[in-house]
Ligand binder design. Structure first.
Ligand code: URA
Length: 443
C-alpha cells in the first residue's frame, strides 16, 4: 500500500477501504507519512467527502491510535458530554454537579480554548487551587469521593486526531463534516463512557452556521455513535448570540455560581436542563420520571441549591478554594469600558463570532496554543437579543484582569469596542423569538 495511491483514490472520488484508512492513520500517528501528503489527503476528503463506512473507519482508527480509557472502576453506567463549541458556553460546570445530584457519575476530559470558542479547562483553571491536570491514577478516588472528576485531555487520547487537527487548522481543512465528526467521536469513544450527549451548536458563534449544517453534523455523529454501540443523543442548540450573560473565564465561572444559586439566564437554564436530563436518563438514574418531568426536575435542581451542593463538593475534591462568598478566583475582572446603545429600538442580533473575537482581543482566549490567557478578561452582556433598549443604555461591559497591560492601551480597547458595536444590531421592531434548544435527535 502507498499513500500516493490513497490520495489519488480520494481525489478521484473513490471510497477508501478499511485497510487504506488504517494505513493512513497509523502512518500519521507514527509520523511516517509526511505532513504534505497528509494535508493532500485531508483536502481531498474536504472536497469529495466520505461515506458512512469511511467516516466510521477513520473514527475508530483514530480512537485506537492512543489509549482507550477503562472506566470500569466507576462501577456504573458512565455518560459523557461534548459541545461543538461556542461563545459563553458554561454548560459543563452546570450539568456535571446537576447530573451527580441524581447519582450519575461523570468522568469528563476537556480541552483548552483555542480561537474564539472558550475551553472548559481554562474556566475551571480560574478557580484558585483547582487541579485540572488530574493524574489518571487519582480518577477512581475522586469519583468515589465526589462522584465526578474533570481533567484536561491527556496526549494519549486519540493522538492521531491531535496531529490531524493541528494540520487542519493551518491548511483550511477544518470545515468538513466527516473530519469534524470523526475528530470529536474518536475522542469520545477513546474516553470510554457508555453514553454520549452531544451539544451541536449552530449560528454565528458555531462551526455550523446554519441549522441544516448542524443537523448534518449531528446525523454523522449519531451514525458513528450507533456503529460504536454507544447510546448517543445530539441536541441542536442556538449559538447565534453568546450564551448566557457573560463570556470569559472567571466571569463565566461567576455566572455558573449565580446560576446554581437560582439566578440563571433563560438560555443557559434551557440548554443545561435538556442536556442534563438526557445524561441522567442514559445513566439509568431518572427514577421513574418521564422525559418532560426529568427536564423540569433538572431545571429545579439547577437553581434550588441541589446542584450547588455537588458543585462545591467537586471544587473541593480537586483542590479548589471555597471562601465565604463561594469559589475564590485567581483574578478579579476589572471593568475597562462599556458599550452603549446608539439608538432606541430592539436588539435584533449579537453576532457571537464577533463577540468571541473581541473577547480574545481582551485577552480571554488564545490565538496560538502557546498564548497565556488573562483569566480576568471577558464581557458581561446587559442586553441580549429581543431586549428593548433606549439610546445610551449600556449593552455590555468589557473587563480585563487586574494586571492586564491591554487595559491601558486606549487604541486597542477602542478597536475592541468598535468590533463589539458592529456585533450588536438594533432595529425598530422586536425580532422573532428563537428557541435555545432547537431539536433533540437520537437515543
Ligand atoms: N472539535 C474537535 O474536537 N474537532 C473538530 O474537528 C472540530 C471541533
Amino acid at each position: 500500500m502507498n499513500i500516493v495511491d490513497i490520495i489519488l483514490d480520494k481525489r478521484y472520488g473513490k471510497e477508501l477501504n478499511y485497510e487504506q484508512i488504517m494505513y493512513f492513520v497509523k502512518g500519521v500517528t507514527a509520523r511516517t507519512i509526511p505532513d504534505y501528503q497528509t494535508s493532500a489527503l485531508l483536502m481531498a476528503i474536504v472536497l469529495n467527502g466520505m461515506s458512512e463506512r469511511e467516516m466510521t473507519a477513520l473514527t475508530l482508527e483514530m480512537a485506537d491510535s492512543g489509549v482507550h480509557d477503562d472506566l470500569s472502576y466507576v462501577g456504573d453506567v458512565t455518560v459523557d458530554k461534548h459541545s461543538t463549541g461556542g461563545v459563553g458556553d458554561k454548560i459543563t460546570p452546570i450539568v456535571m454537579p446537576l447530573c451527580n445530584s441524581f447519582g450519575t457519575k461523570i468522568v469528563k476530559l476537556s480541552g483548552r480554548g483555542l480561537g474564539f470558542t472558550g475551553g472548559t479547562v481554562d474556566k475551571f483553571s480560574s478557580i484558585e487551587g483547582f487541579n485540572i491536570d488530574v493524574d489518571k491514577k487519582d480518577f477512581p478516588r475522586l469519583v468515589k469521593e465526589s462522584g465526578m472528576v474533570i481533567s484536561s485531555q491527556t496526549p494519549s487520547l486519540a493522538p492521531a486526531d491531535k496531529i490531524l487537527y493541528a494540520l487542519r487548522d493551518v491548511t483550511g481543512t477544518v470545515d468538513s463534516i466527516p473530519l469534524i465528526a470523526s475528530s470529536i467521536m474518536s475522542k469520545k469513544i477513546a474516553a470510554g463512557a457508555d453514553a454520549i450527549v452531544l451539544d451541536v451548536t449552530c449560528g454565528s458563534g458555531a462551526f455550523m452556521q446554519t441549522e441544516e449544517r448542524a443537523r448534518e453534523l449531528a446525523s454523522a455523529m449519531l451514525k458513528i455513535g450507533k456503529l460504536a454501540r454507544k447510546t448517543t443523543t445530539a441536541i441542536i442548540t442556538d449559538m447565534d448570540q453568546p450564551l448566557g450573560r457573560t463570556c470569559g473565564n472567571v466571569i463565566e465561572m461567576q455566572e455558573v455560581f449565580e446560576t446554581l444559586n437560582g439566578d440563571g439566564a433563560e438560555d443557559v437554564l434551557d440548554i443545561a436542563s435538556v442536556i442534563g436530563a438526557k445524561m441522567v436518563k442514559h445513566s439509568g438514574k431518572a427514577g421513574g420520571l418521564n422525559d418532560d418531568e426529568l427536564v423540569i426536575e433538572c431545571r429545579k435542581r439547577i437553581g434550588d441549591g441541589t446542584a450547588l451542593k455537588e458543585y462545591i463538593k467537586l471544587i473541593r475534591s480537586q483542590g479548589g478554594i471555597i471562601g465565604d462568598n463561594g469559589p475564590v478566583y485567581k483574578d478579579e475582572p476589572v471593568p475597562v469600558s462599556e458599550i452603549k446603545a446608539s439608538r432606541d429600538g430592539y436588539i435584533e442580533a449579537i453576532r457571537a463570532d464577533e463577540i468571541g473575537h473581541a473577547s480574545v482581543m481582551l485577552g480571554a482566549g488564545r490565538v496560538t496554543k502557546e498564548d497565556v490567557i488573562d483569566l480576568g478578561a471577558g464581557i458581561r452582556f446587559l442586553k441580549k437579543r429581543g431586549d428593548k433598549v433606549s439610546k445610551d443604555d449600556v449593552l455590555c461591559i468589557l473587563y480585563t484582569g487586574k494586571d492586564s497591560k491591554i487595559k491601558d492601551d486606549k487604541d486597542h480597547i477602542n478597536d475592541i469596542c468598535q468590533r463589539i458595536r458592529k456585533a450588536y444590531k438594533i432595529s425598530d421592531s422586536k425580532p422573532a423569538e428563537r428557541v435555545s434548544v432547537i431539536d433533540v435527535i437520537g437515543d
